[in-house]
Design a protein around this ligand. Sequence first.
Ligand code: DNO
Length: 346
Amino acid sequence: MKMTFRWYGSDDPVTLDKIRQIPCITGVVTAVYSVPVGEVWPYEEIDRIKSEVNAKGLEMEVIESVPVHEDIKLRQGNYQTYIDNYKENIRRLAKAGVKCICYNFMPVFDWTRSRLDQPLSDGSNALVYYKEDVDKMDPAKMTLPGWDASYSPDEIGSLIEKYRALGEEGLWSNLEYFIKEIIPVAAECDVRMAIHPDDPPWSVFGIPRIITNEANIDRFLSLYDDVHHGLTLCSGSLGCLKSNDYTAMVRKYGKMGRIHFAHIRNIKILEDGSFEESAHMSSCGSLDVEEILKAYHDVGFDGYLRPDHGRMIWGEHGKPGYGLYDRALGAMYMAGIWETLEKERI
Ligand code: DNO
C-alpha cells in the first residue's frame, strides 16, 4: 500500500512542503487544473507539475481526476473528439510515469453536500448531507467545490433535463461505449483506470447515478475484462448507504485485483439516512476503519490509498474537506493500523 495525499497544485494552501512532513506520505494525488474539461493536457504542464512534486521527494503516480466531459456522458455533440482527447491524456500521463487515473461518471455534479462547514459538537466543522436540506436545493442556483462551474444556470437546467430523459440505462450504455474506447489505450500504456463511485450513492436532483452499489459495480467491471479497468473504492461514498457493506466489497474486488485506489474516510449516518463527515477514527463514525484496513491488508492490497475529506480543526480555513490537519491525522491513524497489520503478519 502506498499512502498518498491530495494536492491541488501550486495554489493549494496545503503546500508540498507541509505534505512531505507527514511521515507516511510517499506521493501526491493531483491533476492539471488549468485546462477546461475535455481538452488535451499540455505535456509541458504535466511534466512541470511532476518535477515540482519530485523535487520535494514525493511521487506523482496518481491523477485525480481526468474529468469526463458531459458530451461523453450524454453521447452527444463532440463526444468522439472528447474521447480522443481523453485517450491522448492517458498516453501523456503514462509518459510522465503516472500509473493510476481516477475519474467518475456522475452526471453534471460531482459530490453533493447540503453544507460545507457544519459546526460539530467538538468545535470543528465538517461537510454534511442533510436530506431535508438537499431536497430544497436548486442546483441551477448554486455551486459546490467539486462541480464544474463553467455552466450557466440555463445550461445546468438543460443538462439536468437531458439526463432525466436519458435515464439509468442510457447512462450505462454511454459508459460502456466510453470504457470500450479508453481501456485498450490504458492497457497499452499500463495505466490503471479507477472509477470513483457516486457520492452520495443515490440519485440526486432526479438525475441518474449508477456507480452506487455492489450489483452495479459488478455490472461495471463486467463491461471490460482487464485489470486496467478498475475502481477507486471510496468508503465515504459507498459507505453512507447502510445496505452497502464496504468491507465486503474490499474483500471481493480486492481479491479480483480491481481496486487500484482506496479513498478512506469515516461518516456518521443519521437516522433519516443523512450523514455527517467525521474524523477517520472508527469510534467517530459509522464505519469501522480498522476492519476496512484489515480487509485491504488481507487481500494483499498494493495500490494507492489516501485519507479522504477531513474536518476543519484547530482554526484552519481552506478548501472544504481538504485542509491539512485532519487529513494528516487520518493518514497517520491509518498508517499506524497498517504498521500493526504488517508486523502481525510476520
Ligand atoms: C471528493 C472527491 C471526488 C473525486 C471525483 C473523482 O472529494 O473524492 O471529487 O475526486 O469524484 O473523479
